[in-house]
Design a binder for this molecule. Sequence first.
Ligand SMILES: C[S@@+](CC[C@H](N)C(=O)[O-])C[C@H]1O[C@@H](n2cnc3c(N)ncnc32)[C@H](O)[C@@H]1O
Length: 394
Amino acid sequence: MNKTTKKNTTNYTLLTIKEGTTKIQIPQFNKVSSKAPVFYNPQMELNRDISILALQTFQKKENRELNICDLFGGSGIRAIRYKNEIQGIKNATINDINPTANQFEKINIKLNNLKNINTTQKEANTLLRENKGKFDIIDIDPFGTPSPFIDSAGYSARKNSLICITATDTSALCGTYKEPCIRKYNAKPYKSEYCHETGIRILAGYIALTLAKYKKHINIQLSHSTQHYMRLYIETQKGSQSTDQSLKKIGYISHCPHCLYRKTTYGLANNTPHTCPECQTKLTHAGPLWLGKIQNKKFIKQMIKETKNKKLNTKKESTKLLQTCLNEAESEPTFYDIHTLCKNLKISAPKLDLIIENIKKQGHTVQKTHFQPLGIKTKMPISQIKKTIIQLTK
Ligand SMILES: C[S@@+](CC[C@H](N)C(=O)[O-])C[C@H]1O[C@@H](n2cnc3c(N)ncnc32)[C@H](O)[C@@H]1O
């Protein structure tokens, strides 16, 4: 983000921001807060840069002109960037319930000399309900939880559309607060070393189950948990049989708090195991959640290619994140955090690369994960991982 300040007719001291090739003006603010006259968070530039790459990839894949809805526009930075920096965007609608945000969206559209981009000032659900089948891309970037808007997005989304969703209520999704997660996502979370992944899977499971009533199923192209938020890029397709089929990927993760064993069980009315087969401790469960893929290799590869065509301030960071997501694309749910494992074993941790090398030597695949710098994803049983680590410390 590059910024300059000046005064203007609106009586606000204005801040000029540049992201990508787009300039916007917003009222000066002291602190990023929902109480600011117009909301803007510089920390979300990475999120917006990744969105540029995802939307361009989706557009090229679909090979058609797209209509975008930026449901929670704020300053308009997202939709204005999408219209300005992505090829093949036919029309963009920027919506925000806040009249000051709406005023600045208009100022910022003019500032970038854009055509075929309009603003609306509606409650998000109303806008979606009134525009069924209009949008190819629905971007949901609210304060906190996206949960109250998922049903309308499912109802409204066109066939073969892309729904982009941000959630900042990570304390609920990750299980710091259990009840809000049950309330908002109808799922039980638990706090563990891989709770950010469980959180994304709870959110994805909730989206899959909500969209299913409209005979729509989900295909996750990219998901990431970064700083204080989670973000998902989900393609939706229509069909009752394919939707029924996709719901088979809903299930539960059972976790042993004593020895860190974990197991996935598919299905809603399922037989989750009660006790840990390794140490007989009572297991704790998270779900229902999405046990299917949360990254799409082909889509992410194309996104990485797109970084060469775009001017992004976070290019290095974006590419690094995408590369890690690509590497973990084929892996199974959950991962092992080396520090947590070693604490559990009461030993000091060997080097991560050494552990990876030794797991590979024993014939198992192993990937790093973007969720945790010291996390590894592998199908190797936990007892064998522990043995491998202990051997390395001798
Ligand atoms: C997190 S901010 C959006 C940030 C913006 N997408 C960006 O990238 O800078 C959420 C915005 O949603 C607006 N908002 C909150 N509740 C809304 C609702 N129910 N319908 C429409 N807009 C709403 C707020 O005024 C605020 O500008």
